[in-house]
Design a protein around this ligand. Structure first.
Ligand SMILES: *Cc1c(COP(=O)(O)O)cnc(C)c1O
Length: 338
């Protein structure tokens, strides 16, 4: 099976599993899980942040970041296509009692020039604006990454208005692979960063939240309330350590594979266009008379899995489970779709 539905489908390698089996374990809720602590320290060092917190999912790290940097009744700012708003079960409102204001921009990225005038004045009629959330790479944007100057401009705006800045960095290493920015320099403008270990990095479970020691103190309490306090979670954290050490450099191969897949689809007569590939996500747009779901169903009979996004669009995501041989196979299989 050539599974291109998402980079969440990655399976742990034999080496990763062996590393997990040998992890030293403790009880993280009681504060003595050595492997979780090692992972949190490693991540904090990599990003140049004071502290980190290991959580079961990216949804949890994002929602904790929102929870600890807002008060009920506040408003946060994000792009309308953002994962925190669309795909986290309404957690912003449900878990934190916070309302949302959308800012437009190109393919999932906030345009800094549109921020002006979007902060509520200090007036009892309005919710208090307290947080801006960015997503890099932008999932629904098709894996687009931010221009670092835009991030700096957004940070300057946030600072001027006394707002915190959170990064949903589920795929931040894909962004860093392409943007050429030193990782600590990149991380600096953000008060908090969430990073997924279970996407392109290939761990089975896990996400990290990064920020100040003080923020992580509050985040640890919130994680417990959200039901994310885990015990011998070092067995999972070990996979994260392995992923951060072994699976970051190879992300460039996924980006190369995504470009190859884009070329393959672009050559098909039923394809109208393929969005320019920036990282590991390929967005294929079919001609008007083509049903994207039917194409995906047909692909499935050929042992290729892709995701229909409706409106004639198909998403394919590359990851460490996709080989060059798979790409060659895809070239042949695709000709059977008409
Ligand atoms: C996957 C993802 C998350 C977190 O998802 P989980 O499935 O909860 O780990 C958050 N943000 C973005 C942009 C994502 O793609």
């Amino acid at each position: 099976m050539i599974d291109l539905r998402s980079d969440t489908v990655t399976l742990p390698s034999q080496e990763m599993k062996a590393f997990m089996m040998n992890a030293a374990l403790g009880d993280d809720v009681l504060g003595d899980e050595p492997t979780v602590q090692e992972l949190e320290q490693l991540a904090a060092d990599i990003f140049g942040k004071e502290a980190a917190l290991f959580c079961p999912s990216g949804t949890m790290t994002n929602q904790i970041a929102i929870n600890v940097q807002t008060n009920p009744g506040d408003e946060l700012i994000c792009h309308e296509e953002s994962h925190i708003y669309r795909y986290e079960g309404g957690g912003i409102a449900r878990l934190s009692g916070v309302s949302t204001r959308f800012i437009g921009g190109n393919q999932g990225r906030i345009d800094p020039s549109l921020l002006e005038g979007q902060i509520n004045p200090d007036d009892i009629h309005y919710p208090k604006t307290t947080l801006i959330c960015l997503e890099d790479t932008a999932n629904r944007g098709g894996g687009t990454f931010y221009n670092f100057d835009d991030i700096l401009n957004i940070k300057a705006f946030a600072k001027k208005n006394n707002l915190k800045l959170h990064l949903d960095g589920a795929r931040v290493f894909n962004a860093l692979t392409e943007n050429g920015i030193d990782i600590k320099t990149y991380a600096k403008p953000f008060d908090s960063i969430s990073v997924c270990l279970s996407k392109g990095l290939g761990a089975p479970v896990g996400s990290l939240l990064l920020g100040s020691s003080e923020m992580m103190y509050h985040a640890r309490r919130t994680r417990k309330v959200f039901g994310g306090g885990m015990r011998q979670s070092g067995i999972l954290a070990a996979a994260g350590i392995y992923a951060l050490k072994q699976n970051v450099d190879r992300l460039k191969d996924d980006h190369k594979a995504a470009k190859q897949i884009a070329l393959i689809f672009n050559a098909q007569p039923w394809v109208k266009e393929v969005s320019p590939v920036q990282t590991n996500i390929v967005m294929v747009h079919c001609h008007d008379n083509i049903d994207a779901q039917q194409v995906c169903d047909k692909l499935k009979t050929l042992d290729v899995l892709a995701m229909s996004l409706g409106k004639g669009s198909i998403r394919l995501v590359t990851h460490l489970g996709i080989t060059q041989e798979n790409i060659e196979q895809l070239k042949t299989k695709i000709t059977q779709i008409t």
